[in-house]
Design a protein around this ligand. Structure first.
Ligand SMILES: NC(=[NH2+])NCCC[C@H](N)C(=O)O
Ligand SMILES: [Mn+2]
Ligand SMILES: [Mn+2]
Length: 306
């Protein structure tokens, strides 16, 4: 086997957290992904790999937070506390010149990941693979679930406790965000995308241009950045391939489209961190979704077919 062009010092960081989602179970995602042998397989690609101790479990403490009234910010305290701890860890890893791969957990963990990254990358680019755009605010969210708001928070829109993590706000600029795979957007999210001019490649764009062309455009959009974070929500892939996830939406990326996107990003050499979220092992009998998640990370880090 050939050594991949650039061997990296990778830290796998498990984040067993699911209070940002409407249903429980994504907290077992990291363990399921790690069980596929991800660490060992990354080593076969000639990377130096360590698995960090999992982030401690943050649970709702106050009864108000646990009750999670509808149309509020559900479990705000737990989400804020977890993300603060996560942001500090991610920032420390980047400071040590390590390549962080954060294993979720629901997508609210992107708040902490991006906060930690933005402490080092002043022009951070974010490639957001998702059926959704997670651009809701308290005013537009149909659910109150914070995993549907994490990208908005990173743009500086949301509760003070979340947008001001580690000080800098916003963490990322609208022109440095590219969404890929969208097919279920709430009305307020559509408005925000238009208003801020966020680059959003829907499933129709993937149908029309092909995933290769879409990734080419995405890379062009992120040219002015000093680091690129791949935030991969497994529900961007079609539920036939990724059934083990909490908010599945039909009509997603195919197995090959998802892998090809990762392969192209590997070739581009532009990616500086990644996270894989929303794998919920309780929602499928087998290991299909966690295997897919693991395989996509391997493609992103240099695994090739031949
Ligand atoms: N990370 C996710 N899976 N997010 C799903 C969000 C669904 C919906 N848009 C909401 O705000 O509740
Ligand atoms: Mn998401
Ligand atoms: Mn999603």
């Amino acid at each position: 086997m050939y050594a991949s062009a650039h061997s990296k010092k990778i830290t796998l960081l498990p984040v067993p957290f699911d209070w940002g989602a409407g249903r429980r179970g994504a907290k077992d995602g990291p363990e399921a992904i790690l069980r596929t042998g991800l660490e060992r397989k990354l080593r076969l690609l000639r990377h130096e790999v360590e698995t960090a101790p999992a982030l401690p479990e943050f649970k709702p403490l106050s009864s108000a937070d646990a009750r999670a009234a509808p149309h509020a910010l559900k479990h705000l305290d737990a989400v804020a506390d977890m993300n603060e701890a996560l942001a500090l860890q991610v920032s420390a890893l980047v400071g040590q010149r390590r390549f962080p791969i954060i294993l979720g957990g629901d997508h609210s963990i992107a708040i902490g990941t991006i906060a930690g990254l933005s402490a080092h990358y002043k022009q951070l680019g974010v490639l957001w693979f998702d059926a959704h755009s997670d651009l809701n605010t308290a005013d537009t969210s149909p659910s109150g679930n914070l995993h549907g708001m994490s990208l908005a928070v990173s743009l500086g829109l949301g509760h003070d406790r979340l947008v001001k993590l580690l000080g800098r706000c916003p963490k990322v600029l609208p022109e440095h965000i590219v969404i890929v795979g969208a097919r279920d957007l709430d009305e307020g999210e559509k408005q925000l995308i238009r208003q801020l001019g966020i680059r959003c490649f829907t499933m129709q764009d993937i149908d029309r241009y092909g995933i290769g062309k879409v990734l080419e455009e995405a890379a062009r959009q992120l040219q002015g950045t000093d680091g690129v974070h791949v935030s991969f929500d497994i529900d961007s892939v079609d539920p036939n391939e990724a059934p083990g996830t909490g908010t599945p939406v039909p009509g997603g990326m195919s197995y090959r489209e998802a892998h090809y996107a990762m392969e192209l990003l590997q070739e581009s050499g532009m990616v500086t961190s990644a996270e894989l979220v929303e794998v919920n092992p309780s929602l499928e009998p087998g290991q299909r979704t966690s295997r897919l998640a693991s395989g996509l990370l391997l493609s992103l880090l240099g695994e090739t077919i031949l």
